[in-house]
Design a binder for this molecule. Structure first.
Ligand code: FE2
Length: 196
């Protein structure tokens, strides 16, 4: 004998069955966009990316790449380097290189190339310009991150809402800067490295 409560339960069950494909569709459609930037609590390091063909060793140590002759939209890139155990890591080498506003890399000298080390709180701060576009790639920074006595993590940082992001096969949504325009353009990104 079916009880009085069974009919509504059955209706609810059928409704859930019908709604499931719809929920799956929306989850799939928006999943990539909503995928969060990895946090140290995940226990995973920042994703690695190809260095590309334009890395040059022995860049100068400096926190600003805005030297004379460098033109473009100023931006500060800053954040913290943490270990996979969520501890800030001091003395981490960050070596940045990027295209100029017209999309060109300086392969003769060290224009728009520089390295620095995180402070005692694991913080870094780079004054630079927004990199220009060049064929085949969306807008990006290159960076090599190396905690003391650890191997190098090479990756790239991207801009949110950039039209080229969806066409760039290298682009990774986990590597998008958190952009702010308050008090000047700032892009924030916290790295997570395997620093023990
Ligand atoms: Fe590049």
């Amino acid at each position: 004998m079916p009880s009085k409560g069974e009919a509504p339960s059955r209706r609810l069950f059928i409704a859930c069955l019908l709604a499931a494909p719809l929920l799956w569709y929306f989850a799939k459609a928006f999943g990539a966009a909503l995928e969060p930037t990895p946090a140290c609590a995940d226990g995973l390091s920042t994703p690695e990316q190809t260095p590309g063909p334009f890395f040059k060793p022995r860049s100068p140590e400096r926190k600003s790449l805005r030297e004379a002759g460098v033109q473009g939209t100023p931006i500060v890139v800053e954040g913290i380097v943490r270990s996979t155990r969520c501890q800030p890591v001091a003395g981490v080498l960050l070596d940045f290189w990027q295209a100029d506003a017209s999309g060109a890399y300086d392969n003769q000298g060290y224009r728009l190339r520089g390295h620095q080390f995180t402070d005692s709180a694991g913080k870094y701060r780079l004054e630079t310009i927004v990199p220009g576009l060049y064929p085949g790639r969306t807008r990006h920074f290159h960076v090599r991150v190396q905690a003391p006595r650890r191997s190098v993590l090479t990756t790239q940082l991207y801009f949110p809402g950039e039209p080229g992001n969806t066409r760039d096969g290298i682009f990774n949504p986990k590597l998008v800067l958190e952009l702010s325009e308050a008090g000047g353009k700032t892009g924030r990104f916290d790295f997570v490295v395997d620093a023990g």
